[in-house]
Design a protein around this ligand. Structure first.
Ligand code: ZN
Length: 163
C-alpha cells in the first residue's frame, strides 16, 4: 500500500526515531509499504518518518532506475565509521519536493544494521550508496538536508521552497 509522504516542515521530520524492538508483522508491512511508496514516488531512498512512523528503519535502492530492483531494508542502523574524505553533491528529498541542496557527506561509511529477516549486516558503503544511507540515517535523527547547510544557503532554499 502506498502511504502518503510527509512534507517538510511537518514537525514529524524533526523527531528522533525509536529503535525497532521486534520485527513483527506491522514492521514487515511497513517495509513493504515503504518500498512500494519509494518506487512509486519515484525515489531511491525513504525513511520511516517520511511516512509518519517514528521508527528506525529506512529502505533504499540506489540503482533501480538503471536496471533491476535490488531493495535494501535497513533496521536500527548504526554508522560506525566515516571516512575523513568528504564529498559535496546535490541531494533531493521526497519530503522537500523540487529542492536540490548541495550537501557535504563522508565519501565512505561503515554501517551496521539489521535486515528484515533479523540477520545482522556490517558493510562498507561507497559512492552514491554511502550518500543515500547518510541522508536516510539523518531522517532517523530528525535531520533533513536543510539542517546540513550554512544558514545563508538554508534561508535561500527554504524561502524558495515555501514561496
Ligand atoms: Zn530525504
Amino acid at each position: 500500500m502506498i502511504r502518503p509522504i510527509v512534507l517538510w516542515p511537518d514537525p514529524i521530520l524533526s523527531q528522533i526515531c525509536a529503535p525497532i524492538e521486534q520485527i513483527d508483522a506491522p514492521v514487515q508491512q511497513l517495509a513493504t509499504d515503504m518500498l512500494e511508496t519509494m518506487y512509486d514516488a519515484p525515489g531511491r531512498g525513504l525513511a520511516a518518518p517520511q511516512v509518519g512512523v517514528l521508527l528506525r528503519m529506512f529502505v533504499m535502492d540506489t540503482a533501480w532506475k538503471d536496471g533491476d530492483r535490488t531493495p535494501t531494508v535497513v533496521i536500527n542502523p548504526n554508522i560506525t565509521d566515516r571516512s575523513d574524505q568528504s564529498v559535496i553533491g546535490p541531494e533531493g528529498c521526497l519530503s522537500i519536493p523540487g529542492v536540490t541542496a548541495d550537501v557535504t557527506r563522508a565519501a565512505e561509511i561503515t554501517m551496521q544494521w539489521t535486515g528484515l529477516d533479523g540477520s545482522l549486516f556490517v558493510e562498507r558503503l561507497t559512492g552514491f550508496t554511502a550518500i543515500c544511507a547518510q541522508h536516510e540515517f539523518d531522517h532517523l535523527e530528525g535531520r533533513v538536508t536543510f539542517d546540513r547547510l550554512t544558514s545563508d544557503v538554508r534561508s535561500i532554499l527554504q524561502a524558495e521552497y515555501l514561496a
